[in-house]
Ligand binder design. Structure first.
Ligand code: NDP
Length: 448
């Protein structure tokens, strides 16, 4: 960057010149920096273009070949990556995603977001993300095991309990984390807390599977409480039916909400009077045990199945919990016109910039994933602490700590994001708070 005046345009132009095809990454940088730059310009120590160059350049990107053999004996090749984005506040930490849509741009956006999210938790965790363009759909258990072992055969060189601690994400659940951990142990001869999301019998934390979804609901309840409102009796739309969506639904039901929808990449189910706990259990069995599709749900209980997304249904709260850019500006308009009062992201970057702009313009409560879905990585941090101490904490203790962390993140976002009209801009609050801790650590370490 030649011009040394700090501006979003200069930063984005430079990123686009260097990596023109990384659209998701540019989008993530733009969404975060639009709030940070005006703030940084008011503070001498942050008003430096080089600091922002630091924040947009990953410390390390590792790319590797992942060969594996399918059940017919044919060799297949996928690509694997680990993006170690910033380690100024702790060892790198972030999930692994197996999905055909994974590219270096997607992983850079996720790792960049993770730096700010991890900073917000107050724990010592830097930001990273990894994954592969491998599609786990339709693969046998033996193929998944093969793939995970081959992936870890490369990755194990670059990770460790004080270096980089991966976890699950889309397509990587407890089964895959266990396969990855088993191979890590065989290759390194070490049993340690290098992965989180492990099974309870080998160092996993209680409540880790539930943490992202539960934390999302705690955060949503706190947002509503700011308006003397609550989830009790509220009609809730959930997209996705994976890990985050399932446990968000479970906790929402516990707090008295009516969950009207869940979705997968094929379409969504609509349950007019709200899902029951038993129906959620049937969905969990369908998705987790049988790798089924939601279009089979009407055979299990009384519900409608439609192709597309659930954002046209009338409700009070929307929780996008599937994937990036799954809720656009037009859908945001429909939601608000249909009475939505609060949108909290369970997924990473599920709302497009147009959707978020609309929520701010209409002063609809809106929480970005880096705040509202931080419960997952927060409990991963607790799993690391338990592993270091060779101990295991009770579910009650972890739930209490999860609530406290979500409360602290909510408080920090509210403090940094309050506007003159009283509306809390959680997006701005989360970006500024995450930035301050990270930037201070980078500057104190000599700008590196
Ligand atoms: P899962 O793989 O368990 O579930 C993903 C869900 O999203 C599935 O229902 C899947 O449908 C759906 N989905 C995936 N891709 C698409 C798509 N292109 N269009 C529509 N639906 C899609 O993943 P998680 O629940 O773990 O993750 C969901 C989101 O939450 C991701 O953005 C992830 O980064 C984020 N997140 C996850 C955390 C965690 O602890 N797991 C922590 C913080 C954030 P189908 O079954 O058809 O594939």
């Amino acid at each position: 960057m030649k011009n040394d005046e700090l501006s979003l345009d200069i930063i984005l132009d430079s990123l686009k010149k260097r990596d023109p095809h990384q659209e998701e990454f540019h989008q993530a940088v733009s969404e975060v920096f639009q709030w940070i730059i005006p703030f940084a310009k008011t503070q001498k120590k942050y008003n430096k273009l080089t600091l922002f160059e630091q924040l947009t350049e990953p410390e390390r990107i590792i790319q590797f070949k992942v060969p594996w053999t399918d059940d017919n004996g044919e060799t297949k090749i996928n690509r694997g990556w680990r993006v170690q984005f910033n380690g100024a506040i702790g060892p790198y930490k972030g999930g692994i995603r197996f999905h055909p849509g994974v590219t270096i741009s997607v992983l850079k956006f996720l790792a960049f977001e993770q730096c700010f999210k991890n900073s917000l938790t107050g724990l010592q965790m830097g930001g990273a993300k990894g994954g592969s363009d491998f599609d786990p759909k339709g693969k046998s258990d033996a193929e998944i095991l093969q793939f995970c072992q081959s992936f870890m055969t490369e990755l194990h060189h670059y990770i460790g309990p004080e270096i980089d601690i991966p976890a699950g994400d889309i397509g990587v659940g407890s089964r895959e984390v266990a396969y990855l951990f088993g191979q890590y142990r065989r290759l390194t001869h070490r049993f340690n807390g290098t992965l989180t999301g492990k099974g309870i019998s080998f160092g996993g934390s209680k409540l880790r599977p539930e943490a992202t979804g539960f934390g999302l609901i705690y955060f949503t309840e706190m947002m509503l409480q700011e308006k003397d409102d609550s989830l009790d009796g509220a009609k809730v739309l959930i997209s996705g039916s994976g890990n985050v969506a399932q446990y968000a639904c479970m906790k929402a039901l516990e707090l008295g909400a009516e969950v009207l929808s869940m979705s997968d990449s094929g379409g969504y189910i609509y349950v007019e009077n709200g899902l029951t706990k038993e129906q959620l259990e049937q969905i969990m069995e369908l998705k987790n045990e049988r790798s089924g599709r939601l279009k089979e749900a009407p055979e299990l209980f009384d519900c409608e199945y439609h192709e597309g997304k659930p954002w046209g249904i009338e409700a009070d709260v929307a929780l996008p919990c599937a994937t990036q850019n799954e809720l656009n500006g037009e859908e945001a308009g429909k939601l608000v016109n249909n009475g939505i009062r609060c949108v909290a992201e369970g997924a990473n970057m599920p709302c497009t910039p147009e959707a978020i702009k609309y929520f701010h313009e209409t002063e609809t409560l809106y929480a970005p994933g880096k705040a509202s879905n931080a419960g997952g990585v927060a409990v991963s941090g607790l799993e690391m602490a338990q592993n270091h101490q060779f101990t295991s904490w009770t579910e009650e203790k972890i739930d209490e700590k999860l609530r406290e962390m979500m409360q602290q993140i909510h408080r920090t976002c509210a403090k940094n994001g309050k506007t003159d009209s009283g509306y809390i801009n959680y997006e701005k609050g989360a970006a500024i708070a995450g930035f301050r801790r990270l930037a201070d650590a980078i500057l104190m370490q000599g700008g590196f």
